[in-house]
Structures are given as C-alpha cells and as structure tokens.
Design a protein around this ligand. Structure first.
Ligand SMILES: [Zn+2]
Length: 71
C-alpha cells in the first residue's frame, strides 16, 4: 500500500447543478488558505473553504463501460 503524507481521501463530491462527480482529495497546507472550487462543467460552486485543509477536485469520467468483445 502506498502511504501518502499530507493528504487524505475526501470521498466524492457531486455537483448540485449538473451532477458531475468529482473525486476529492484533502490536502494539508502549512498556512490557512481561503479559496473555493467550482464545477468544471457548469461553474457551480462545489465548495468554499477557509482552513488549513483544502480539497482538490478531479472530474470522474462517468462514461458507460462498453462490453468487451472477445469472440
Ligand atoms: Zn456542474
């Protein structure tokens, strides 16, 4: 298992506007940071924070999995 220092899994955030899903990673910053993150697709505010912990959002591609044809 890979141990990553200074960051932890923040679960999944779903955009309340367009339903885009983001993988959230929580980072620890040395100083307090005030910022906010918006949906990459529609610009809806995902989360705002003013803390020494800040999240990063990576869009989860929710494409249907095509069945493999192995015949
Ligand atoms: Zn959105």
């Amino acid at each position: 298992m890979v141990q990553t220092r200074g960051q932890s899994d923040g679960g999944v955030e779903t955009c309340g506007e367009c339903g885009a899903r983001y993988k959230v990673t929580i980072h620890r910053a040395p100083t307090r940071a005030k910022d906010e993150a918006h949906c990459h697709k529609c610009g809806h505010l995902l989360r705002a924070w003013n803390d020494t912990h800040w999240p990063s959002f990576v869009l989860i591609k929710d494409e249907p999995v095509a069945p493999t044809q192995d015949g």
